[in-house]
Ligand binder design. Structure first.
Ligand SMILES: *Cc1c(COP(=O)(O)O)cnc(C)c1O
Length: 366
């Protein structure tokens, strides 16, 4: 018998399955036009200031990026009212979730996360040999009582994705207070706020979680430029955490993990308040259209604080996904999370929302 050359966790490892690229679907179905409403991308973007900055930088891509992204980190720190030592930048929020796994997890450690939530929490933990305990939503809310009762000596990380992907709901201020009062200080609490800017305007959303870092140093706030600023393609995410945790994460992150275009694009996007306001407003219109449609059909859905809606269309999502795809619309089917009759559809322009509703009606009436 030959020896296993692979990391042992790979024997059972399941990697993330992203949606198919638009080009592939076009070719496969002979379509001219595709609306991809499957990956929560910003359909109104990119930020114009980011485009301009990236254009100016493009001639310099023969040179490596500046390793610590010092200017971007400074800009972020002043924007967020923290110190540069509190910020870690990475190759997208996803890249940072992998950095978190490598920084904190030993074999046998446990992760708590909601179910359904962002798959990368578990996937990154699986590779490190950690175990993820998934805690289902109850009445469309985080079951934080169950989070607390599932804490053991081995619990290392707690992921709270708020707004949550794929459901779009939040952990309210009250719910967060309960969780914070009932978890040990030596468990790392990660608040994934990839969709923060879409939720910020709501009173019930705890929009100042960054302040927790002072009183609870083992807390990490994760954010992304992919969703609100529409620059998912260049990859930029960041975390805000205590200096102690940031220092360890900075040891682990790839030295040149944030490319030149991402650095200048993010710096410019951060100043693009006009674009941010525009994206939030357009998103809210589209959420109202989607929720209005689902309500008019009597379909169950989670009230969305994000840029997508999670809805029960009373039909198997695999069939609906395939039929919509033939008609040029790509959504994310819920069966991937074990919610067979649910779909996740992200916001877009008025035209995209009309097309989605028209094609879904066609599919459901067949
Ligand atoms: C999109 C997303 C991220 C980060 O995405 P990046 O493009 O890698 O920055 C993180 N968490 C959740 C829940 C997301 O949906």
């Amino acid at each position: 018998m030959s020896k296993n050359i692979f990391r042992k966790q790979l024997a059972t490892f399941k990697s993330y399955v992203p949606g198919k690229p638009i080009e592939e679907v076009k070719r496969e179905y002979g379509l001219d036009e595709i609306q991809k409403l499957a990956s929560n991308e910003n359909q109104f973007g990119p930020s114009p200031l980011a485009i301009e900055a990236i254009r100016e930088e493009i001639d310099k891509i023969n040179f490596y990026p500046e390793a610590t992204a010092v200017d971007l980190v400074k800009d972020l720190a002043s924007y967020l009212n923290v110190k540069p030592e509190n910020v870690v930048v990475g190759n997208g929020g996803e890249g940072l979730i992998w950095v978190i796994a490598m920084t904190f997890l030993n074999e046998g450690d446990e992760i708590l996360a909601a179910d359904p939530s962002f798959d990368i929490y578990k996937i990154s933990g699986d590779l490190m040999g950690a175990k993820t305990i998934k805690i289902p939503f109850v009445h469309k809310k985080f079951d934080f009582k169950s989070f607390v009762s599932n804490i053991t000596e081995n619990t290392k990380l707690i992921y709270v994705c708020s707004p949550n992907n794929p459901t779009g709901n939040i952990a309210s201020k009250e719910e967060m207070d309960y969780l914070l009062a009932n978890i040990p200080d030596d468990v790392v609490l990660i608040l994934d706020e990839a969709y923060y800017e879409f939720a910020e305007e709501f009173d019930e959303y705890p929009s100042e979680n960054i302040k927790l870092i002072a009183s609870r140093p083992n807390t990490i706030i994760l954010r992304s430029f992919s969703k609100i600023y529409g620059i998912a393609g260049v990859r930029l995410g960041y975390v805000v955490t205590s200096e102690a945790l940031a220092a360890e994460m900075n040891k682990v992150r790839q030295t040149l993990g944030v490319n030149r275009l991402a650095q200048v694009g993010a710096r410019a996007a951060l100043k693009d308040e006009a674009y941010k306001k525009y994206a939030v407003e357009e998103n809210r219109k589209a959420i109202d259209a989607l929720e209005g449609y689902f309500a008019s059909k009597g379909f169950d859905y989670f009230k969305s604080y994000s840029n997508f809606v999670w809805a029960n269309i009373n039909t198997h999502s695999k069939a609906v996904f395939e039929e919509l795809q033939k008609r040029g619309i790509i959504i994310r089917p819920g069966f991937l999370w074990g919610w067979d009759n649910w779909i996740r559809v992200n916001t877009g322009t008025d035209r995209q929302m009309k097309l989605f509703i028209e094609k879904l009606e066609e599919v459901l009436n067949n």
